[in-house]
Design a protein around this ligand. Structure first.
Ligand code: PHE
Length: 452
C-alpha cells in the first residue's frame, strides 16, 4: 500500500482544514443565499446550525479519521469494529465529494477565466455588456469546459505532490494571501458612499422570509461551508497528529470559516448597495453583478476599480483551490488505498472522473439544454442533491454511528486524547451527537418534504 502522509505542524493542520472549509461556499454561495433568504435572519439560523450541528459533526469526523488513519470507507469500517454496513457511510461521503468537485470545478473555472479577463480589462463595460459577457461565456460549448479542466489539472498537480509537500504547503501560502485580499476589499467596499445600507442588510434580520426551506438551505449551507458530511474532514483528520486537540481545532476552523463568510458579505453587499444593485440576484451575483459594481463604485478612480476587480477574482481562485484540493484528496486516498494503486495513478483516476462530470455540468448551463435531471440543469441538480440531501444525510448517519454504535470509551479517549485534554465538554458533545444532531436534521428534512 502507498505510504501514508501526515501534516507536519499544528498550523499546517488548521490552515489545510480551514482551507478546505473556506471556499466558493463562503464567497460565492453564502452571499447569494443570505441575499435571497432575508439577510441577517438567514445568518442567525446559519450560526445556530454551525454551533449546534456543525461543530459536533466536525469533531465526529475528526475522531473517525484520526483513530483509523485510513481513507473514509476504511475508517468507518475500522472504527465500527469491522461491521461492513458502516462502510456505506464512507462511500456516501466519497461519492458526495466527487460530485461536488465535478460542479465546483465549473464555477472555479469561471473564476479563473474572470481573473484572466479582469487582468486584461475585458470586463469593462456597462451592465448589459457584463450580462452578455457572462451569458456568452458560460453557454459557450468549449471555453468553460477548458477552464474547468484547467482548474482540475492545477488541483491535480498539488494533490499529486502529497499531503505535506502539496496540500500543506499550498494552504500555508494561499490562506494568508486570501485573508489579506479579503480584508483589503472589505475596507474598499465599506468606504464607498451609501455602503451603510449593505452593512445594515447583513446585520438587521428580516424574519418574514424565514420558512422551513430557508432552514434546510441554512443547514445545507452550513454543512457545505464546513465541508461536513463528505468525509473530507475524516480524510484530513487521518493525517492529524495524535496530540491534536480535536474540539479546539473544530472550533477554530468553524470560527474562521464563519468569519470569512461574513467578511465576504461585507465585501459584496456594501458595494452592491452603494450602486443600487439588488442583493438577491442569485448564483450569478459575483459574475454578473459584481464586475459592474466595482466599475461603478470606483468610477472616479478607475485604477482602484481595476485593482479591486483583479484582487477579487484572485481571491476566488485561491479560495476555490484550497477546497478542490481537499475534495480531490478524499477520492485519491480512497483509490490509492483500496485499489492498492500508486498515488500518481489514483490522482489521475479522480481527475478524469471529475473532468467528465465537470464537462457535463458545464454544458448543462446553456450549451446543451438536454443535460438535465428532474427538470434541473445537471449543474444545479448536483448542487441541490449534494448540499441539501447527501451532506445532511452523511452528517445524520455519522452522528448516529458515533453516538450509538462506536465504543463510547474509545470515543472518550479520542475526544480527550487519552485524558490529556479536558474532559469537560465530552458529555455535551455526546449528547449533541446522540440526540441534537440527528433529531434536528430529521425534523428539518421531514418538514421540508411535507411529512411533518
Ligand atoms: N467547504 C467548501 C466551500 O465552502 C466546499 C467543500 C465541500 C469542500 C465539501 C470539501 C468538501 O467552498
Amino acid at each position: 500500500m502507498a505510504h501514508r502522509g501526515n501534516f507536519g505542524s499544528k498550523l499546517g493542520i488548521i490552515l489545510a482544514t480551514a482551507g478546505s472549509a473556506v471556499g466558493l461556499g463562503n464567497v460565492w454561495r453564502f452571499p447569494f443565499m443570505a441575499g435571497h433568504n432575508g439577510g441577517a435572519a438567514f445568518i442567525i439560523i446559519y450560526f445556530g446550525c454551525i454551533l449546534l450541528l456543525g461543530i459536533p459533526g466536525m469533531v465526529s469526523e475528526f475522531i473517525i479519521g484520526r483513530h483509523s488513519q485510513a481513507n473514509a470507507a476504511r475508517a468507518y469500517h475500522h472504527i465500527s469494529g469491522g461491521r461492513k454496513l458502516w462502510r456505506m457511510v464512507g462511500y456516501l461521503g466519497i461519492l458526495t465529494a466527487t460530485i461536488i468537485l465535478g460542479f465546483y470545478a465549473v464555477v472555479a473555472g469561471w473564476c479563473l477565466q474572470y481573473l484572466y479577463a479582469s487582468l486584461l480589462g475585458h470586463l469593462n463595460g456597462d451592465a448589459n455588456y457584463v450580462i452578455d459577457y457572462f451569458r456568452s461565456f458560460s453557454t459557450h460549448p468549449l471555453k468553460p469546459c477548458l477552464w474547468a479542466v484547467a482548474f482540475l489539472l492545477i488541483t491535480h498537480t498539488v494533490v499529486s505532490r502529497g499531503v505535506q509537500k502539496g496540500i500543506e504547503r499550498a494552504s500555508k501560502l494561499l490562506m494568508p494571501l486570501l485573508m489579506v485580499l479579503l480584508v483589503t476589499i472589505v475596507i474598499a467596499s465599506c468606504l464607498l458612499p451609501g455602503s451603510q445600507e449593505g452593512i445594515e442588510f447583513l446585520l438587521k434580520p428580516d424574519f418574514s422570509k424565514v420558512s422551513s426551506s430557508v432552514m434546510l438551505e441554512a443547514l445545507g449551507q452550513a454543512f457545505f461551508s464546513l465541508s461536513l458530511g463528505t468525509a473530507c474532514l475524516c480524510t484530513y483528520a487521518s493525517y492529524f497528529k495524535r496530540d491534536t486537540n480535536l474540539l479546539g481545532s473544530a472550533m477554530q476552523i468553524a470560527l474562521l470559516d464563519t468569519l470569512i463568510a461574513i467578511l465576504a458579505g461585507l465585501m459584496i453587499f456594501p458595494a452592491a448597495f452603494s450602486v443600487g444593485v439588488e442583493p438577491d440576484s442569485g448564483p450569478s451575483l459575483i459574475f454578473i453583478t459584481l464586475p459592474n459594481v466595482f466599475q461603478q463604485a470606483f468610477a472616479s478612480m478607475p485604477v482602484v476599480g481595476y485593482v479591486v476587480g483583479v484582487l477579487f477574482y484572485a481571491l476566488l481562485v485561491f479560495a476555490a483551490l484550497t477546497s478542490t484540493i481537499s475534495m480531490h484528496e478524499i477520492g485519491t486516498a480512497f483509490f490509492s488505498e483500496e485499489l492498492h494503486l500508486s498515488r500518481t495513478k489514483a490522482v489521475w483516476i479522480l481527475t478524469i472522473i471529475c473532468s467528465l462530470l465537470a464537462i457535463g455540468c458545464s454544458l448543462s448551463v446553456g450549451a446543451v439544454d438536454k443535460i438535465a435531471l428532474f427538470g434541473l440543469p445537471l449543474l444545479d441538480f448536483c448542487d441541490y442533491i449534494t448540499a441539501q440531501i447527501m451532506l445532511p444525510m452523511g452528517a445524520f448517519f455519522t452522528s448516529l454511528f458515533v453516538g450509538w454504535f462506536v465504543d463510547q470509551q474509545l470515543l472518550h479517549d479520542e475526544f480527550t486524547n487519552n485524558g490529556t485534554v479536558s474532559t469537560r465538554f465530552f458529555r455535551i458533545y455526546q449528547f449533541a451527537v446522540r440526540f441534537v444532531v440527528p433529531v434536528c436534521i430529521a425534523l428539518i428534512f421531514l418538514h421540508q418534504f411535507d411529512i411533518l
